[in-house]
Design a protein around this ligand. Structure first.
Ligand code: SAH
Length: 467
């Protein structure tokens, strides 16, 4: 090891940053995470630093610089962006005996800033002694995925309860206790947002000196996003990695399932349109049964679990069975499809109302009636719409909207074989056939505010990228 990692005490200490541009602002952002007071030495400040100064969060010294400006500093950053200025400021700071970091000049550095995973008070610093910064960032990304965002709060809670544990439990039991806290249901409850519940569990474990027998399972209804594995949320990946068993849908991409632990059980509960191998009540009951066995269950649904995903039926069954569940949102198909078009779901002044509708309802007597929602300035995203294309075309024709509503179709949005098409109601069926549009697809119906005259002038394109 040519460098040695240490955590510097920053409370009540001073950090000096020489430079008033972007490089200095970057270092400032980093040090603002700490309790140190910051002095910036620069003739002028770029806007972010100027704002921080106006807010009183940093001190600014614009007069000429001497060695004494660097004395008593816990750390000095030289970040002017000009190598010659950096070199002379470095010499001054060294005269003052400071520990110095000169941006992008490793040879002049006493200290190198690591890549940081910040779950304060849990902080991971990754360094490669300047050999492979890209590797450091890759490691950081992995850790960001693995360590839940609220981990720091759990560590802080444990810190607050240390005295209570020390007063009641011997050292060996205390070690077991903390092992249980960080590997067991208290951490799970905390990660899912149940801070009070986690605190109660830990306090009870301390007071009764019993822990480790808690066998309550849990269920997370997780949105997998539209199919590509980098469009699931970090929280979704976290739940997949914790899961003992995963019940997944038809539209789940195998790449997303690969994000789960290798030894997690995977159960396909897919429902192809029209043929229901796994009726909904059977899915609900296997979720309840697995949780009752103490398993950590993930119910993985494509897109967002709250959009046409029958999430509420599963949630009701879990509530009735007294089982806690958590909903982890996902990127819904309409968002994915709109991004694939290079467009935006809403566009100020053009399309201010967004309606999510289904082209297909299984509940008798509740045929989707999205046509009533269509007004100027509205975009309807029809899910499961390919099979109902004839009804869509007919409804638009009957309502006399064939000319003012544009249709964009995105099949397999954000997947390798994505297909995009654009047409009018009169050519919808033909377009679906000739372009080979298959499910899953989103059919966007857009009636922009500028329909008619201006529409023609603007090229008749609600999703502007296609212009
Ligand atoms: N919960 C999902 C929707 C489930 S209903 C979500 O939030 O996206 C299934 C329908 O979603 C499909 O028929 C199709 O209309 C749409 N869908 C799902 N994935 C899609 C994708 N990658 N591209 C386009 N549409 C998709």
């Amino acid at each position: 090891m040519k460098t040695f990692p240490m955590f510097l005490q920053m409370q009540g200490r001073r950090v000096v940053i020489a430079g008033g541009g972007e490089q200095a602002a970057q270092k400032c952002r980093l040090i603002l995470k700490t309790d140190a007071s910051i002095t910036v030495l620069a003739l002028s400040l770029e806007p972010e630093l100027a704002d921080l100064h106006a807010q009183g969060r940093i001190d600014w010294q614009a007069s000429s610089i001497s060695a004494s400006d660097f004395s008593e500093a816990a750390l000095v950053f030289i970040a002017t962006g000009c190598p010659a200025a950096d070199a002379s400021l470095h010499a001054l700071a060294k005269d003052a005996g400071a520990t110095v970091n000169v941006v992008d000049q490793p040879d002049l550095c006493d200290a190198i800033t690591p890549s940081i995973v910040d779950r304060s008070p849990v902080v991971v610093a990754i360094g490669t002694e300047g050999t492979a910064p890209v590797l450091a960032r890759q490691i950081k990304t992995r850790l960001e995925e693995t360590l839940e965002p609220r981990l720091g709060d759990l560590a802080a809670l444990a810190g607050r309860l240390r005295d209570r544990a020390a007063a009641r439990l011997g050292p060996r039991v205390r070690r077991d206790l903390w092992r249980w806290v960080f590997a067991g249901p208290a951490r799970d409850a905390h990660a899912r947002g149940g801070e009070r519940k986690a605190a109660e569990m830990i306090k009870q474990a301390i007071d009764t000196a019993t822990f480790g027998q808690d066998s309550a399972g849990s269920v997370a209804l997780v949105g997998a996003g539209p199919g590509s594995k980098d469009l699931i949320t970090l929280r979704g990946v976290q739940r997949l990695q914790e899961a003992d068993i995963i019940y997944y849908d038809r539209l789940i991409d195998p790449e997303v399932l690969d994000l789960a632990r290798r030894d997690a059980e995977r159960v396909y509960v897919g429902k192809a349109p029209g043929c229901h191998h796994w009726p909904q009540d059977k899915i609900s009951s296997v979720l309840v049964a697995a949780a009752r066995q103490g398993k950590r269950v993930v119910r993985l649904k494509c897109g967002d679990p709250g959009v046409f995903a029958r999430g509420s039926e599963e949630a009701d069954a879990l509530t009735t069975a007294g089982i806690d569940y958590e909903i982890v949102p996902g990127v819904t198909a309409a968002s994915a499809a709109s991004a694939a078009l290079g467009g935006f779901l809403t566009e100020r002044g053009t399309c201010d109302t967004l309606v999510l509708a289904t082209g297909h309802s299984e509940v008798a007597g509740t045929n989707p009636d999205w046509i009533k929602a269509l007004h100027p300035g509205t975009r309807v995203a029809v899910y499961m719409g390919v099979g109902s294309a004839p009804q869509i075309a007919k409804a638009l024709k009957t309502a006399g909207l064939e000319d003012c509503v544009s249709i964009d179709i995105v099949s397999r949005a954000q997947q390798k074989d994505q297909v995009i098409s654009r047409c009018r109601a009169s050519t919808l069926i033909e377009t679906i056939q000739t372009d080979g549009i298959l499910n899953p697809a989103i059919v966007f119906l857009t009636w922009p505010h500028f329909a008619t005259k201006t529409e023609a002038e603007r090229g008749d394109l609600p999703f502007k990228i296609l212009a």
